[in-house]
Design a protein around this ligand. Structure first.
Ligand SMILES: Nc1ncnc2c1ncn2[C@@H]1O[C@H](COP(=O)(O)OP(=O)(O)O)[C@@H](O)[C@H]1O
Ligand SMILES: NC(=O)c1ccc[n+]([C@@H]2O[C@H](COP(=O)(O)O)[C@@H](O)[C@H]2O)c1
Length: 243
């Protein structure tokens, strides 16, 4: 008897979720303020994929290719949230302290992510991206990209999947040397600041977070993309199969 009531209750919950998944998009456009973010997110199947990694590890390359392959996806990149150069701290060697969370407007990045979570369909439209698939059938995928995304607890905890692109010191130094930042790296910046800071950031990340998939950034762009795309696609399919 108890088992029967449990089954009935479970099927009622399922029916209720199916109802909201179907009806919510219509309600949202007229009464958005009456729903909490978690109600919207749970009804509108979403997936947050973190593409982290060291500087020049291949994060932007991977993220833009993933975005092109995954319908209803968009990218929020951490390096769009650097503070103005005038407020970045400088160490005793004259090196700007860019490779720490303090150098980033993480509050602004979180607000942007929150607006995606609240209404991914409108967020895509606001980025001039069109949704594909019929209403109620989509899985909205947010690709969060950046070198310190897993070190920021409130952001890390939103991630459903975490990938980290790593490359050896010499390759990193060479790639970094051929890239021009604003402001440009000073002579000695890589060895005097970027690399030692990376080692600290990485240790901090590994102490805080366990379920990260480390990727060998020396593999070809195509192989890396195929692997991550395959993994994310499996997640999407499992979300689509859920009621
Ligand atoms: N798998 C790869 N193999 C070889 N070069 C790569 C690979 N991924 C990225 N690159 C190159 O490395 C440089 C840095 O890549 P990028 O995606 O901008 O790194 P990040 O966003 O992590 O700083 C670019 O010149 C890019 O073309
Ligand atoms: N405003 C900027 O975008 C800016 C300025 C100076 C350095 N950086 C560098 O950007 C790096 C992080 O971005 P990438 O992972 O794309 O290299 C950091 O190592 C930081 O030193 C960025």
């Amino acid at each position: 008897m108890q088992m029967l009531s449990e089954v009935l209750e479970r099927s009622t919950v399922k029916r209720r979720r199916r109802f909201w998944r179907f009806m919510l998009p219509a309600f949202v456009s007229i009464q958005r303020d009456h729903f909490t973010t978690s109600q919207l997110a749970s009804a509108m199947r979403t997936l947050v994929v973190g593409i982290g990694g060291m500087t020049n590890g291949g994060k932007s390359t991977m993220s833009s290719s993933l975005h092109l392959r995954i319908p209803n996806s968009c990218i929020i990149a951490q390096d769009a949230f650097f503070k103005d150069d005038s407020v970045i701290a400088v160490d005793s060697n004259g090196f700007k302290q860019y490779d720490v969370l303090d150098a980033l407007h993480m509050d602004r990045m979180m607000s942007k992510i929150e607006s995606w979570r609240k209404d991914p369909g409108s967020f895509l439209a606001s980025q001039s991206l069109r949704t594909q698939c019929s209403v109620g059938e989509e899985v909205f995928v947010l690709i969060v990209e950046g070198f310190l995304i897993f070190n920021y607890g409130p952001l890390n905890e939103l991630m459903d999947k975490r990938y980290f692109l790593e490359i050896p010191y010499d390759v990193c130094k060479e790639r970094r040397g051929s890239r021009v930042y604003t402001p440009p790296d000073l002579p000695g910046y890589f060895d005097g600041y970027v690399w030692p800071r990376y080692l600290k950031n990485r240790q901090e990340m590994e102490d805080m977070v366990s379920d990260i998939v480390f990727l060998d950034g020396l593999k070809s762009k195509e192989d890396l993309l195929d692997y991550v795309y395959g993994d994310v696609t499996m997640e999407i399919q499992s979300l689509m199969g859920k009621d």
